[in-house]
Design a protein around this ligand. Structure first.
Ligand SMILES: *[C@@H]1O[C@H](CO)[C@@H](O)[C@H](O)[C@H]1NC(C)=O
Ligand SMILES: *[C@@H]1O[C@H](CO)[C@@H](O)[C@H](O)[C@H]1NC(C)=O
Ligand SMILES: *[C@@H]1O[C@H](CO)[C@@H](O)[C@H](O)[C@H]1NC(C)=O
Ligand SMILES: *[C@@H]1O[C@H](CO)[C@@H](O)[C@H](O)[C@H]1NC(C)=O
Ligand SMILES: *[C@@H]1O[C@H](CO)[C@@H](O)[C@H](O)[C@H]1NC(C)=O
Length: 417
C-alpha cells in the first residue's frame, strides 16, 4: 500500500504546480482519494467472518484480488487526471479515432516498429512521424490537407498548408502526392542570378492577388520588403552597401568586426534575400527564413540561387548548436505576445550562434522607449559584447506610420563555460 499512496502524492504535486488547474481537478482528486480509501476499507473490513476464515487458511488470493482492484481504480483515475492536465495545457495528441480524420493522416502518424528490433546505437524501437502539437487545434483543416489521391497530384492548397503553419501546426505531416511543378523559364546562372530580375514565369501565381513582380513592387509588404523584388532599379541592391541612416550598417563594416571568421550565416525573415545576395558577393553563405505571406518569397530567393528556409519563427531552428558565424534579424524579431516568447527566440538564436560569432540586430522598431528598454535588458542578459549600438528614430512607413525608436546593434557572443 505504501507505493499506492506515493503515486497519489505525485499526482497532487503535479497539479499544484499547474496553477491553471480548476476545481474540477481537485474534485477528481478528492474522488480518487475517497474511492481509494473506500476500497481499502472494503478490502479489510467487509464480511469479516468469511474472509477472516479464508485469511486464516492463508488465502492470499482474496486480498490480492482486492488490492489489484484498488490499483486498477487508481490507474483509471490517474489516466483521467493526465487527460485533464493535457486539456488544461492546451496540449493533446491527435485523436485518430475521431470521425472525419483523413485516412492518410492515420497512416502517416502510425508508429512503425523497426524490423530488427531495438537499434543498439540510438536505443529507439519505433520510427515516429512528427507533426506539430497545435495540429490538434485544427483537425478539420489538417484533414483537408491530408485528403488527396495517393500517388496522384496534390491539390492546389499551399495556402492551406501555410495557414496551418501559422497556427502552430508545424511541422506539417508528409504527404504522398505529387506537388505541382512549374517550368521555371528564364533562370539565370549563378552568380549572375543574384542581381537580375526574376522572371514572372518562375512562379505559379495561383492563390496570390498579384500576378507579377511588378505588381508586388508597388506594395509595401513589410519592413523587410519595400519594392524588394526590383533588383535592378530599386534600392534593394544598395541596401547593405549604402547607408540611409545611422541605423543602417554596411556589410563590409560588420564583416570586418568578425575578423575574417564569417563564412556561414542565418537571416531571420530576410524578405527577398538581398542580404544573402550581398553576402554571397563576399563568399559568405546565408540561409534566409521566410514564409510566403502575400508574395512568393521562397520561389524568388531560390531563383536568385540562394537558400530559402520555409519555417515560421515559432519553430525551433533546425540547426545544431554553435553552427553559425553570423545571425541577422530585423523587424522579424518583433514576434509580439508575451516577453517569454521573445526570450525563447533569443535563446534559440544564441544556441545556434558560435562563440565569437556576431548577432546583427538590423533596424528593430521598438514602438516606444519602454519596449526598447525591455529588449535592451533581454540582450544584456546574454552577456554579448556590444561592438555597435545605435539608437535612432524613424518614421515607420509600413507599420504605425508614427515616429518610432529604432535599434541597430552588432553583438558578439561570448564563450561560456
Ligand atoms: C481462496 O478464495 C478463493 C476466492 O475467494 C476461492 O475460490 C478459493 O477456493 C480459496 N482457497 C482456499 C485454499 O481456501
Ligand atoms: C498553377 O497552379 C494551378 C492550380 O494548381 C494550375 O491550374 C495552373 O495550371 C498552374 N499554372 C502554371 C503556369 O503552371
Ligand atoms: C511580368 O508580368 C508583367 C505583367 O503581366 C509584365 O508587364 C512584365 O513584363 C513581366 N515581367 C517579366 C520580367 O517577365
Ligand atoms: C526589373 O523590374 C523593374 C520593375 O519591377 C523594372 O523597372 C526594371 O526595368 C526591371 N529590370 C529588368 C532588367 O528587367
Ligand atoms: C570569392 O571566391 C572566389 C573564388 O574563390 C574568388 O575568386 C573571389 O575573389 C572571392 N571574392 C571575395 C570578395 O572574396
Amino acid at each position: 500500500m505504501g507505493s499506492v499512496s506515493l503515486k497519489i502524492g505525485d499526482g497532487t504535486a503535479r497539479f499544484k504546480r499547474a496553477t491553471l488547474c480548476s476545481s474540477a481537478v481537485n474534485i477528481l482528486m478528492i474522488f480518487s482519494v475517497i474511492t481509494t480509501n473506500l476500497f481499502a476499507y472494503y478490502a479489510f473490513t467487509s464480511s469479516p467472518k468469511t474472509q477472516l476464515h479464508h485469511v486464516h487458511n492463508n488465502n492470499i488470493s482474496l486480498i490480492s484480488d482486492h488490492v489489484s482492484l484498488i490499483l486498477k481504480e487508481i490507474d483509471v483515475n490517474q489516466k483521467k487526471l493526465a487527460q485533464m492536465e493535457k486539456q488544461l495545457l492546451g496540449y493533446e495528441s491527435i485523436d485518430l479515432s475521431r470521425p472525419n480524420i483523413a485516412n492518410e493522416l492515420k497512416i502517416f502518424l502510425q508508429g512503425h516498429q523497426l524490423p530488427l528490433g531495438k537499434d543498439s546505437r540510438t536505443g529507439i524501437t519505433e520510427m515516429a512521424s512528427s507533426v506539430g502539437h497545435f495540429c490538434e487545434k485544427n483537425t478539420d483543416l489538417l484533414s483537408q490537407f491530408m485528403s488527396y489521391k495517393v500517388s496522384g497530384p496534390c491539390p492546389d492548397d499551399w495556402s492551406v498548408a501555410q495557414k496551418l503553419i501559422l497556427q502552430g501546426c508545424e511541422p506539417l505531416p508528409r504527404r504522398r502526392c505529387f506537388g505541382k511543378t512549374i517550368p521555371k523559364v528564364g533562370l539565370q546562372t549563378f552568380p549572375i542570378s543574384l542581381w537580375k530580375n526574376v522572371s514572372n514565369k518562375t512562379v505559379n501565381w495561383s492563390g496570390l492577388n498579384c500576378k507579377s513582380f511588378e505588381c508586388l513592387n508597388a506594395k509595401k509588404l513589410s519592413r523587410e520588403c519595400i519594392g524588394c523584388f526590383d533588383l535592378v532599379n530599386g534600392y534593394e541592391n544598395k541596401r547593405f552597401v549604402k547607408a540611409k541612416s545611422k541605423n543602417d550598417f554596411l556589410v563590409d563594416d560588420v564583416l570586418a568586426l568578425g575578423s575574417g571568421g564569417i563564412r556561414i550565416g542565418f537571416d531571420l525573415g530576410g524578405g527577398s534575400g538581398s542580404f544573402a545576395a550581398t553576402m554571397a558577393d563576399r563568399n559568405v553563405t546565408i540561409v534566409t527564413t521566410t514564409l510566403n505571406i502575400d508574395a512568393p518569397f521562397n520561389e524568388f530567393i531560390s531563383a536568385r540561387g540562394l537558400f530559402p528556409l520555409y519555417i515560421s519563427l515559432g519553430h525551433r531552428f533546425p540547426f545544431y548548436d554553435n553552427v553559425f558565424d553570423l545571425i541577422r534579424a530585423g523587424s522579424a524579431l518583433d514576434i509580439g505576445g508575451k516577453p517569454e516568447k521573445l526570450e525563447f527566440l533569443m535563446f534559440d538564436i544564441d544556441r545556434i550562434l558560435r562563440a565569437g560569432g556576431l548577432f546583427w540586430l538590423d533596424n528593430f522598431y521598438c514602438a516606444n522607449e519602454e519596449k526598447k528598454q525591455a529588449l535592451t535588458r533581454l540582450i544584456e542578459k546574454f552577456g554579448y559584447k556590444k561592438l555597435k549600438w545605435v539608437v535612432g528614430e524613424k518614421v515607420d512607413s509600413v507599420g504605425s506610420g508614427k515616429s518610432e525608436v529604432v535599434l541597430s546593434a552588432v553583438l558578439q557572443k561570448p564563450s561560456r563555460a
